[in-house]
Every structure is written in C-alpha cells, then in structure tokens.
Design a protein around this ligand. Structure first.
Ligand code: SF4
Ligand code: MG
Length: 336
C-alpha cells in the first residue's frame, strides 16, 4: 500500500529581478494506483509549478526545488539529473499539456511522434512501431488511424490534436499521467469529449492521473480526490465527494460560489472572489487567504493555521476549525 506518487513538503523558488518568489511553499499530497487527483486553484497558485517539479521540468535557473521530496514508486526523484529523469519521464510518467500545438512538432508526422519515445525505450521494428502508432490512435478515438498516422499536426482539429498528445503520453504505457489544463484551450463540446476519453483510459489502463485545473467542473467530472492550492500552499484536500458536499476552507467556499449553476442557465455569471492573492516575494506569516477572507480573525494574520483533520483524508488549514474559534454560524449571524 505504498503510494505511487508522494509529494512531501515540496518547496520551489524562482529567482527574478524583483527578488526570489516562493512559488510552492511546503506542498504535500499523494496519488495512488488507478486514482485521479485534481490540483485546483487560481492562476499563480503554484499548481503548474508543482506539476513541472514532478516532471523535472523546473527551469534551473531561475527555478529551483529548495525543499521536500517527490517520491515516485518508492524513489525520491526530486534530486535526479535531467538524464536520469529522462528514463522515468515519458516511460513511467506521461504528460499532457494545455496547448496541443506547442506539444507537437509541426514538421513531423503524428505517427512518428507517437512512437518516438516507445522506439527509444524498446527495441522494435519499423512495422511494429507503425502498428503501435495505429493502435494508439485507435485507442484515443481518432477515426481512420491507418491514414491519419502519416498526416501532420496542422491536418488535425484542436480536439483531435489533443487526442494525439494523449496518445503520445500513453504510448510507453506510463503508470502516471500528468495533465496540465488539458481541456482549457478547447471549446466546451470538445472539452467534454477529451474528459470522457481521459476518464475511460484512466479506468481501462488502471492509470494514475494528476490533473491540474482552475475549473471545478472538470474536477467534479473526472477526479476521485482533490487538492485545493492557494498562494503556493495546500489549503484543503479530500475526496471530491467530501469537499463538494462539505467544503471546510473559506477559499474553497469562494471557488464553489464561482461555479456556474447549470440550473440557472448559461447566463449565470461567475462570482469572482474579491481581492488578489498575496505577494509571494514576501509571503504573509499567517494564513495566506487572510486579506481576502470574510471570516478572518486576529490570529489569522499572526500565525499559520494548522491542518485540521475531518476524517477520510479530508483536511483543511483554517483557524475557524480551532476549538477556540467562534462558531461559523455566530460569525455569519454577526454579519460576516
Ligand atoms: Fe480565513 Fe482565518 Fe481561515 Fe485563513 S485561517 S481562511 S483568514 S478564517
Ligand atoms: Mg498554469
């Protein structure tokens, strides 16, 4: 019962002209075999940087993992060299990015791109590689794969391109796939199709998936567990069921309020959370959400809230759950 992936107190800094940004500040979570975990938060919360750290893609300089561990299949991969990581990335960990066009080489046939990593990692004949590429295109639902493998990326629509990117990620039969906003660049109908595809592949191949998104709709659709990040930290985590039914952190409440309600029709506007995240050059010493939180108390600015455990892996870091804090209904009654 060892986790496939365990992130422990990960810290990542970036050097800039303005000083050092603490982009990821002590993030911990895990992913088990056959499980989809969503990392959710606004842009700049550190979710993409966390994904890049797992894949060994933090550009150093200016970025650097300055603390913590990334344990994949029992091995800490946070300190591995680019070369050592290459053996894991692509073969054990596949990646799917937001914009399929940047992930694809416009000058290379898609079939060649799909099996590139596969050919590199195992001894196969040309014909075997070709069959593999056809099989992968079929797996991701691209019609007419025998013809399509010899085409170039520009001959595919946006949604079909993202399917190709998924085929590339899966060609080496990885155990973990990391998908960073995989549907954000696509229109709504195609988005739903790609999510369905990821869901089907995840179940059929017993894959573990980490999906990075700002969209709670995507989380509800595809994930088993979720990790809510804010200002480089995890503020709440739990099963998707528990967190949606009973969110425990005021930031998560804000995210939930910004979910469009289907029953109110498409016209319903999102309710954004007032204010902006804190400066991560000099992060606040207390709760990072304090400046935007309707429930902030004196202690919130002074001291970092501890994690509170609500059972079944549901945790939230907020002073409201301290036994000494006023009850939430009293705060609401007092006009908060
Ligand atoms: Fe709000 Fe305080 Fe909880 Fe932070 S710790 S979310 S400021 S109530
Ligand atoms: Mg991002």
């Amino acid at each position: 019962n060892q986790h496939l992936l365990a992130i422990d107190e990960l810290r990542v800094n970036f050097k800039t002209y303005g000083g050092e940004v603490q982009a990821v500040r002590g993030v911990s979570f895990h992913v088990d075999k056959g499980e989809t975990v969503a990392i959710v938060g606004e842009s700049g919360c550190g979710k993409s940087v966390t994904a890049q750290a797992i894949m060994g893609l933090i550009p150093n300089p200016p970025g650097k993992i300055v603390g913590g561990k990334i344990v994949f299949d029992g091995q800490d991969i946070s300190g591995l060299s680019k070369k050592e990581l290459l053996g894991i990335r692509g073969t054990q960990i596949g990646m799917v990015f937001q914009d399929p066009m940047t992930a694809l080489n416009p000058t290379m046939k898609v079939g060649t791109q799909i099996v590139e990593g596969f050919v590199r990692s195992q001894k196969v004949t040309r014909e075997e590689a070709r069959q593999r590429a056809i099989e992968m295109l079929r797996l991701v639902g691209i019609p007419d794969p025998e013809k399509r493998i010899d085409q170039y990326p520009h001959q595919f629509s946006g949604g079909m391109r993202q399917r190709v990117v998924i085929a590339i990620a899966l060609a080496c039969q990885p155990r973990l796939v990391i998908a960073d906003e995989p549907t954000t660049a696509l229109d709504v109908t195609i988005q739903a199709q790609i999510l369905d595809l990821l869901k089907r592949l995840q179940a059929e191949q017993e894959l573990s998936v980490v999906i990075i998104t700002h969209d709670l709709g995507v989380v509800a659709e595809i994930a088993h567990r979720m990790v809510v990040m804010y200002a480089g930290m995890v503020v709440e985590t739990g099963t998707v069921e528990d967190v949606f039914a009973n969110p425990r952190h005021p930031y998560t409440w804000g995210l939930m309020r910004s979910l469009p309600r289907l029953d109110e029709g498409e016209k319903q506007r999102l309710v954004p959370i007032d204010g902006t995240p804190p400066d991560l050059f000099q992060p606040p010493k207390g709760c990072p959400f304090a400046a935007r939180c309707d429930f902030a108390m004196e202690i919130c600015d002074q001291q970092m809230p501890a994690k509170n455990d609500f059972g079944a892996g549901h945790e939230a870091a907020c002073w409201l759950h301290d036994p000494r804090a006023p009850r939430i209904d009293e705060l609401v009654a007092a006009g908060r």
